[in-house]
Design a protein around this ligand. Structure first.
Ligand SMILES: C[S@@+](CC[C@H](N)C(=O)[O-])C[C@H]1O[C@@H](n2cnc3c(N)ncnc32)[C@H](O)[C@@H]1O
Length: 338
């Protein structure tokens, strides 16, 4: 047995109590091996319902090793998991679609369904983007939203495939509005809605973040020097009871730059203004090099400066399938009550 097989065995053993709990609560999407913290940096093994997704970010796995890891997971879970191997060790973490190491069976690449907090989510091993359709480290945050959305108007910013919006709908939100500029991602959100037909319908807005949130916040949409702005959907100013802000680490558009390291404020300020006076803002920062304490201070200062001091600030950590030896997980989540 290689040291990698041993590391996986230890990770599966440590997770057993969590896996029992997750299965009980209707969840079969979780991380089985978080290499950076469990002995193999740049390697992750995730279960997405019937699928086992292996991703490597630093170097390719050898075929025999890959097949052994998959067999160990199947045996441990007693499930015939369908293997997909996305080698992302090339530039920009892009999936090597040539599959020189292992080509997944058609069944593994079909449209599948995984479950989280009793909800159905679309699972697709390969699609136009690079990342899986559901970010697993946000599971606890989606659970929190589900438990705190009853009768609330909910705004899900940088919605991606609308997992947070779906959790809000399931939690009894009277409105669940998902905003993202990528129609392809919102289309998966619509699929997720269709996979849960008993839930009240969600709403979708395809727009760049900056003009949308500034209009909702009642702020002017800033013109960049000498550059006419592309067209954008017009929205009336309004506030929401629960706002969820989980942006990417960095993204540039014609309207501005999302930069979680240098400028969280430009994202946060209008999101606070779009949160109702006695509402809640859940905000995230997934950049590993940003320390929780520094970011938390920045966030609280920004709210103070806006005359919207935070009454209560709670930290929400990812679950134990994302262990962090130093207690500083890359994904940091704050629940701010105004
Ligand atoms: C890391 S994902 C966010 C994860 C998401 N919050 C979730 O719950 O899974 C980043 C998303 O931000 C969107 N995005 C990036 N820049 C944007 C912008 N300027 N305006 C609107 N959406 C943007 C992308 O299309 C993508 O769906």
């Amino acid at each position: 047995m290689t040291s990698l097989d041993q590391a996986l065995r230890a990770a599966l053993h440590t997770r057993q109590p969590l896996l029992d709990e997750l299965h009980q609560q209707g969840t079969d999407c979780y991380r089985l091996f978080h290499g950076s913290q469990e002995g193999a940096g740049g390697l992750t093994l995730d279960r997405y319902g019937p699928q086992l997704l292996v991703q490597s970010f630093h170097q390719s796995l050898e075929r025999d090793q890959l097949l052994r890891l998959a067999e160990n997971c199947r045996e441990h879970l007693n499930e015939p998991l369908l293997l997909v191997y996305n080698d992302r060790s090339q530039g920009n973490s892009r999936v090597d679609r040539q599959d020189p190491v292992y080509r997944a069976e058609d069944a593994a690449l079909d449209d599948l369904v995984g479950h989280e907090w009793g909800l159905n989510y679309r699972v697709r091993g390969r699609h136009a983007g690079q990342d899986p359709l559901l970010f697993l480290d946000l599971r606890n945050a989606r659970g929190w939203v589900k438990a705190h959305s009853a009768d609330k108007s909910v705004l899900n910013l940088f919605a991606y495939t609308c997992g947070v919006g779906l959790a809000a709908s399931a939690g009894g939100a009277r409105e669940s509005l998902n905003l993202d500029f990528a129609e392809g991602n919102l289309a998966v959100g619509r699929e997720n809605a269709a996979l849960n037909p008993e839930l009240p319908p969600m709403q979708f807005i395809q727009s760049d973040y900056f003009p949308a949130i500034r209009q909702l916040a009642g702020l002017p949409v800033a013109q960049r020097r000498g550059h006419p702005l592309p067209s954008y959907p017009r929205l009336a100013a309004r506030q929401f009871d629960l706002v969820f802000l989980d942006p990417p680490a960095w993204a540039k558009s014609a309207f501005g730059t999302v930069d979680l390291l240098r400028d969280y404020q430009s994202l946060l300020k209008p999101a606070i203004l779009a949160t109702a006076a006695d509402g809640v803002l859940v905000c995230c920062n997934n950049l590993a090099k940003v320390a929780l304490a520094d970011w938390r201070e920045q966030v609280l200062r920004c709210a103070d400066k806006l005359g919207r001091p935070v009454r209560d600030c709670q930290v929400l950590a990812p679950a134990a399938d994302f262990p962090s030896l130093d207690g500083q997980p890359p994904l940091k989540t704050l629940i701010l009550r105004f």
